[in-house]
Design a binder for this molecule. Sequence first.
Ligand code: 4AD
Ligand code: MG
Length: 472
Amino acid sequence: MPADQLRRTRIQDLLQSTDLNREVLVKGWVRTRRGNRYVQFIALNDGSGLATLQVVADAEKFPEESLKEVTTGSCIAVRGQLVASQGKGQAVEVQATEIEVLGTTDPETYPIQRRGADQKGISLEELRKIAHLRPRTNTFGAVLRIRHALAFAIHDYFNKHGFYYVHTPIITGSDAEGAGQMFRVTTLPPEHPPRTEDGSVDFGQDFFGKQTNLTVSGQLEGELAAMALGSVYTFGPTFRAENSNTARHLAEFWMIEPEVAFNDLVDNMDLAEDFLQSLVKYALAHCAADLQFLNDTYDKELLERLKFVTDNAFQRLTYTEAVEILKSAKKKFEFPVDWGTDLQSEHERYLVEKHFKKPVILTNYPKEIKAFYMKLDDDGRTVRAMDVLFPGIGEIIGGSQREEDLTKLETRMAEMHVPADELWWYLDTRRFGTAPHAGFGLGFERLVLFVTGMTNIRDVIPFPRFPKNAEF
Ligand code: 4AD
Ligand code: MG
């Protein structure tokens, strides 16, 4: 094939190739260039995987002067021979015959160069300030590839298990969780909105003719679909204006919400457990190099912890039992525990990391601290809720069996001041062919956090949204 018709090969594919001594074309970003008067070695990465390709440039053909633009961060195209490597650390390398600089980088101003080619010497916190460039580090390359693999595995899991993917709206008129932490969507002028006679803003004149917001959950619409398609799931962005400046909260995060007609709480737990274990197994099988890198760089127990989750059944117990354990624990908690209080992450992590030393599913929480749609238990005090708690994370899944009885649901809504008139369409599912059903929500970034072993949720989404931060 004439050289100019040569097609680019991904570095990941070249590194696995056994078809040697042929001409290849690669393109990517220079991680480092080093060498001596006789030969220069360029470590090239194109994002297809963690490993870099070693490009060898002999001085005879490439005097050092000709390589002065080949600096860390620059983008180059290389033609050459794929040959067995003489050096350690790689099986193959490319003996360059032609190097074209596609994009130069000023080493003085390139922020990643200044602090070292990888994140070594630059903290994850500093990298957050240059979120637009951090995908070029080994760490973020690995995290983003794992994130992709998990998203793919989620669709794959549901597809294989007979679930249909439904797209629920991002702009909604309701508050699915009844928690009132919503971002308003409006086209009314902020300075002079139209007003009604009593002086309040006239949302009747707004774009949708009513107040709207960004969705906090696709669940309510997911339930409508489950009452027709049986097993469904949503996987989309959700938005919460809670002012939680923590390492586990984002204002914009992705949530996976399966909803299954005829499932009860036990079916729901079985699904959640099998689902999570399958996803972790998928990552172990398909992201080995990236996981090994994160394990070695940040968290020596990462791989062990992942295998532990795939190999051990989750501990299931009720909220009431958990409160007893926490009350008799020797540990002093910052927030005291008593029956009826919501559990804090310190309590959740004590149960998982200290007491049971494995993932935990807590069920049957007091109705007062859970959402209106959860099915009331026979004792009238608790609801069929379930939270899945993970080591290092706390709550990774929240879900429940749903109240399918119209009268009981309306009573709960009235007690919790959830406006039934706005949710007439939701109540219609209970009016027309209602059925027992259950579902849950998995926070995608919390899953990615667990699988990558990162410790801050802002480091597992390309462009994190949190209070006072929407720069990139
Ligand atoms: O427990 P939550 O609020 O449950 C729901 O929204 C239900 N409608 C789900 C359902 O039953 N279909 O949220 C579900 C999960 C949490 O367990 C957590 O993993 C994640 O979503 N989550 C967040 N992740 C990142 N940042 C935040 N601010 C989050 N809030 C919840
Ligand atoms: Mg929850």
